[in-house]
Design a protein around this ligand. Structure first.
Ligand code: LMR
Length: 339
């Protein structure tokens, strides 16, 4: 119990983990790097990474010290995978959408309207089937220590979007080469353009792309809404993260120390994931408070989006694995996330 309250307290004082902060690591400690592409403060992933670092730094004080770097300051996600492999980076938490090079099955998370909300997705993430998925990523050299939550993605564009065809002819930034995301946009008559997260604001501002999809936390902290006509509350896909390390690093640790890194990742997931939804709702409110425009869809309009995307699930079932998709559908239907 003391440890959990330490985690929460650590989050409240978390700014001390900002990379440039000199109060960080002592000279005798082995410094480990944790890179994220998002903001640190006010963001589910940034806050979780800082909580993890604070908890590790307390438990392994004098031996190991994690520095957290946010806002793609060190690496974008693609570079992060390489840096982990090369031993230059020790922890990262890329979006589940970005594991396509390691397992096609992760593309499941890009299926539109598969999950009713982030808590439904989190129930699925605790299933045995996802444990097997973790093994595939681990076998690719990136042990999955836990799953961290962000929230549901929303569409935004230079035109207000109430219906799937409203942004036809435009180009939208996408975060990965997912064929499912491409199919979703194709249904809307939109051309996808893959860009790393750090490039999105400038690409929207310059008109290189005219729209995007992301969570409230990402749209607010990076101010995408300021260069868009409106954000549509579409809640169409779940954005979560696999918090990963490198096999090389884990293998270098004695069993007791390794257990601290592994167990703390799970405790942080347990502690922080509960707040991810709330944080996203706060960021949604921040957009409104800054005069951003949010379009809420009526049930009839929402049904139109669902109907437009429905064939995509059936089309991609074989490539992801029918059993895995059906498990996600079943868990979503059965989930009672508020109990
Ligand atoms: C994106 O590229 O849009 C997201 O993966 C960023 C993030 O890490 O939430």
């Amino acid at each position: 119990m003391k440890f959990l309250s330490t985690l929460v307290a650590a989050t409240l004082v978390a700014p001390f983990m900002a990379a440039a902060d000199p109060t960080g690591c002592d000279g005798n400690e082995e410094v480990l790097k944790f890179s994220v592409v998002t903001s640190l403060k006010g963001h589910p992933k940034g806050e979780a990474a800082m909580t993890y670092a604070a908890a590790i730094n307390e438990q392994l004080n004098g031996s190991y010290c994690i520095e957290v770097y946010g806002n793609s300051e060190l690496y974008d996600d693609a570079e992060g995978f390489v840096a982990l492999e090369q031993g230059d980076l020790h922890f990262a938490a890329p979006s589940l959408a970005k594991f396509g090079d390691y397992t096609q099955k992760m593309d499941l998370f890009n299926l539109p309207f598969l999950f009713d909300g982030p808590l439904h997705a989190l129930e699925f993430l605790q299933s045995d089937e996802v444990e097997q998925l973790s093994d595939e990523v681990t076998n690719a050299g990136f042990p999955v220590l836990s799953y961290w939550s962000n929230g549901m993605r929303q569409f935004s564009a230079t035109v207000p979007m109430r219906r799937p065809g409203d942004a036809e002819g435009l180009t939208f930034r996408v975060s990965s080469s997912s064929p499912i995301t491409a199919a979703v946009l194709d249904t809307m008559g939109i051309t996808p353009k893959k860009l790393s997260f750090s490039k999105v604001y400038d690409a929207l501002a310059s008109g290189e792309v005219q729209g995007q999809e992301n969570t409230w936390a990402n749209i607010a902290t990076k101010e995408f809404y300021r260069v868009q006509a409106a954000v549509t509350e579409s809640n169409h896909t779940y954005l979560g993260y696999a918090m990963i390390t490198s096999q090389r690093f884990l293998d270098s640790l004695d069993p007791e120390t390794r257990a601290v890194f592994v167990d703390t990742a799970k405790l942080v997931a347990h502690e922080r994931n509960r707040f991810a939804f709330e944080l996203n709702q706060q960021q949604r409110q921040n957009i409104l408070d800054d005069d951003g425009i949010i379009l809420r869809l009526t049930p009839t309009e929402m049904q139109e989006w669902r109907d437009a995307f429905a064939p995509i699930l059936e089309r991609f079932k074989p490539s992801i694995g029918a059993e895995l998709v059906e498990t996600a559908v079943r868990i979503n239907a059965e989930a009672d996330p508020f109990n």
